[in-house]
Design a protein around this ligand. Structure first.
Ligand SMILES: *Cc1c(COP(=O)(O)O)cnc(C)c1O
Length: 394
């Protein structure tokens, strides 16, 4: 374990080291917030320039056809589907995570009309809770949103539960659920499982198909490096591709350009589309996803775990006595790709740390959170970040 502290050796042995050059990271900044907004892939500049100057500027309306604009949600969705282990034709990129979660939950609830409970985690990401509450109020079927603590989830699955709705990796603690086990437990109880992969896609190996997940959604601008406001994705299990979607806009139609009077949904995940594709942001997202697809996910996971272990070991060595309390599980299988500590002065410490060029983030009430993104982080940066954390907290 002593070589955990030999950062130069870890960097020298890093099989992903070459990816660093693919990102435009500002000088003098150690970026530990790629779980909130991924940095700019260098290739995105040229791609955005081409989309704007040639496709929009020159080809105009013809671009829907000649530049493949119409296919973007399916093309980018299919690539994300490969990253998350979804079956072909099951994933599209569109809208925000909040909206895609609304669609997934509504579709899942309609598949269990006799049941009255959506089971979720009490400290799920706020938008997930808000969207769930709002949808259930809108449906007006007396559906209850039952929020239970993490450790009570499996035991709370019962005959009244229609849908188990969870975020795979918790945004604060970085704790990761066992997706296969909980999906099996949900199915055994007769419920469907809806997963939010916002902190998992591009961060940890995923195999939605093997897990039997019913619906999944996730974020494009975090570990996928799709740019600010990047579209999110929604993935539908093959068994549910015939399920009605709640938002029936023309882009979800089997043949939008027939301009027919009646709605007939597409028979692939395209039925989850609603309106006109966000061409500019889909083009940027595709660059981030393409880059991610070049990396071996097993190597990404191995480096992510090593980055976390080095980070934790260095904090224990260099920040002892400061009062940082590790919130992220020490067990590797229970971790996503971030580490977090609690501290009563977390907000002030994070401000001081950012002033020293190390960008992480603060999450109320007392959490210092650091994203670990193997494609562009160096072990040496973790060492430097911990030194500055000791100064900032001292
Ligand atoms: C980041 C994040 C979102 C983002 O939702 P948007 O609608 O895209 O803003 C949703 N859920 C979780 C768990 C997240 O971490």
């Amino acid at each position: 374990m002593s070589d955990l502290l030999d950062l130069a050796a870890l960097d020298a042995a890093d099989p992903l080291a070459a990816f660093r050059a693919e990102f435009a990271l500002p000088e003098g900044v150690i970026y530990l917030d790629g779980n909130s907004l991924g940095p700019l892939p260098r290739a995105a500049r040229a791609r955005m320039g081409a989309v704007i100057e040639q496709e929009w500027g020159r080809d105009l309306i013809r671009s829907w056809e000649i530049n493949g604009w119409m296919e973007l949600p399916r093309r980018v969705g299919e690539k994300i589907g490969r990253l998350i282990g979804a079956a072909p034709g099951c994933t599209v990129a569109c809208d925000s995570t909040s909206i895609n979660l609304f669609k997934a939950l509504a579709a899942a609830l309609a598949l269990r009309p006799e049941r009255r409970v959506v089971l979720t985690q009490a400290d799920n990401f706020p938008t997930d809770l808000y969207v769930t509450e709002g949808l259930c109020a809108l449906l007006g079927r007396g559906i209850e949103v039952r929020r239970v603590p993490e450790e009570a989830i499996a035991a709370a699955l019962g005959p009244e539960v229609a849908v188990l709705s969870l975020t795979h990796v918790n945004y604060r603690s970085g704790r990761m659920h066992d997706m296969a086990r909980l999906t099996r437990a949900a199915h055994a109880a007769g419920a469907l499982a809806v997963w939010d992969l916002s902190h998992s896609a591009g961060a940890v190996p995923l195999d939605l198909a093997a897990c039997g997940a019913d619906f999944a959604v996730g974020c494009g601008y975090k570990f996928l490096n799709g740019g600010p406001g990047a579209p999110s994705f929604i993935s539908i299990a093959p068994a549910h591709l015939g399920a009605p979607m709640p938002l029936t806009g023309w882009m979800g139609h089997a043949d939008p350009f027939a301009f027919g009077p009646g709605y007939r949904p597409a028979d692939d995940a395209g039925r989850a589309l609603v309106g006109t594709p966000f061409v500019l942001s889909l083009a940027a997202l595709e660059v981030g996803v393409d880059l991610m697809l070049e990396a071996d996910m097993a190597a990404v996971r191995a480096k992510s775990l090593l980055l976390a272990e080095a980070f934790i070991a260095l904090v224990e060595r260099d920040c002892a006595g400061i009062g940082l309390e590790l919130l992220t599980p020490r067990t590797p299988e229970l971790r996503g790709s971030q580490v977090a500590w609690r501290h009563p002065r977390a907000e002030a410490i994070m401000r001081a740390l950012i002033a020293r060029g190390v960008i992480g983030d603060f999450r109320p009430p007392d959490i210092l959170r650091f994203g670990l993104t193997p494609l562009y982080l160096r072990f040496a940066e973790i060492g430097a970040a911990v030194k500055r954390l000791a100064e900032a907290a001292g």
